[in-house]
Ligand binder design. Structure first.
Ligand SMILES: [Zn+2]
Length: 419
């Protein structure tokens, strides 16, 4: 944050002097005495982590705090990338060819287009490519150990890529295996060319997730689950379409895209969570509803939160509340559904979180370790309707926890979900 103004000539030089070391809470009096009221309000709404942790540097031009070339361009280095990334044809090598339009005009989120573009221009950081530049880098795939890792191996041929493709096939109809064969340096463009228009976004979603998963194995803790990743792809694709085509125009094209709550399988529980945030008062409301495989309500909660810095933090708090209730019930297999993509991604990914919600994100990641299996999924707002209504109750200043049934204001939504 950028501090707007000072109140007096305070002698305090370090942020740590504004924190009570015993209670690990802000020293409200000290903050109010040295900062302007607006700054004090923002500072007091920043959550101090429950456990001590190292300082880190975060990039302010991305909400996730991670530096990206794209945001650097956005900041002003090269405004043309904006035009490019908005789907106009590239002026890069072969950029005037219509084949590139399949990348820039694909019906996928922007970061996935950029990912596909990196694959097509052979600029993905695969080991074989790194080896060319730094010959001490071992080019052999560190997942299967079979062969040098180029982009086609990493995204298509490697054991990990095959496993995720097979798992995704259980949920989606994908092009036949032959379509994924290597056919030259521009294999991804050839692949996208050879398949139907409706399959193109699915393949980009899949390859993007394979790369994410590969990075989790190579650079992260390697704990990402193939099943969870496949579900994530389908949910992410579904919610992207729902946001882009709110009138459900896509439903006839893809039978898997729908806006309806789905009960969990027997033996597991599903928590739907949501948050509502008020920017002026920096307060929020959380809503949680936990149901079993029959759609029976196990628990509902709505809660008012006094100091909350951002909408994303409110959503993370809602996820944490849902996860904590699942733990207190003694649930071992669970699904948590939120309609906030950023919160879902922050908790599910294994990379260091640099956004303002990092303390909450780490708390959530610690909590989900206790489950035998847990998926954190992004859903559209319609199928998260009950949690949304509960969050609005919380936002209006009410707190409550009910076991075995929901409040009457959501009973109709709950009945609809089960139909
Ligand atoms: Zn491999």
């Amino acid at each position: 944050m950028k501090v707007e103004g000072r109140r007096n000539n305070s002698r305090k030089r370090w942020v740590s002097e504004l924190i009570n070391p015993i209670t690990r809470t802000w020293d409200e009096e000290a903050i109010r005495s040295c900062c302007a009221p607006a700054d004090a309000r923002v500072i007091l709404s920043i959550k101090i982590p429950v456990r001590a942790s190292e300082d880190f540097i975060a990039w302010s031009a991305e909400s996730n705090g991670i530096f990206s070339v794209r945001s650097a361009y956005r900041v002003g280095v090269n405004p043309t990338i904006q035009r490019l990334s908005q789907g106009q044809s590239s002026s890069e090598p072969s950029g005037d060819r219509s084949i590139w339009k399949m990348v820039w005009e694909a019906s996928v989120p922007q970061k996935l287009r950029i990912f596909a573009w990196r694959v097509a221009t052979d600029s993905l950081a695969v080991l074989a490519g790194l080896h060319k530049r730094i010959n001490t880098v071992n080019p052999t795939c560190s997942i299967c150990g079979q062969i040098a890792e180029d982009s086609h191996h990493a995204l298509i041929r490697c054991t990990l890529a095959r496993a995720l493709r097979d798992e995704t096939r259980k949920l989606w109809r994908l092009p036949p295996e032959e379509a994924f064969e290597y056919n030259g340096k521009e294999w991804i463009l050839q692949l996208l060319c050879s398949i139907s228009k409706s399959d193109r976004p699915k393949v980009i979603f899949l390859l993007w997730r394979v790369w994410h998963h590969r990075n989790n194995v190579v650079h992260g803790d390697g704990k990402a689950s193939i099943t969870a990743s496949a579900l994530f792809i389908v949910n992410y694709h579904r919610s992207f379409l729902a946001a882009r085509y709110p009138l459900d125009q896509h439903s006839s094209e893809d039978p898997l895209v729908h806006t309806k709550w789905i009960a969990p399988t027997e033996g597991s529980l599903k928590a739907n969570v949501d948050a509502g945030w008020d920017e002026v008062s920096k307060t929020a409301g959380l809503g949680v509803i936990i149901r079993d495989h029959k759609g029976q309500v196990i628990l509902t909660e709505w809660k008012h939160i006094q100091a909350c810095a951002s909408a994303e933090e409110a959503e993370l708090q809602a996820c944490i509340a849902g996860i904590k209730h699942l733990i207190s019930i003694g649930c071992d297999q669970a699904i948590v559904e939120s309609d906030c993509l950023r919160a879902v991604q922050a908790i599910s990914s294994s990379g260091q979180e640099l956004s303002s919600g990092w303390a909450l994100c780490n708390e959530a990641r610690d909590l989900i370790r206790v489950f035998g299996s847990i998926s954190i999924c992004k859903v559209d707002r319609v199928s998260n309707g009950a949690a949304h209504v509960l969050a609005q109750l919380g936002k209006s200043g009410f707190d409550s926890l009910l076991r075995g049934e929901g409040p009457s204001c959501v009973s109709e939504l709950i009945a609809q979900d089960c139909n």
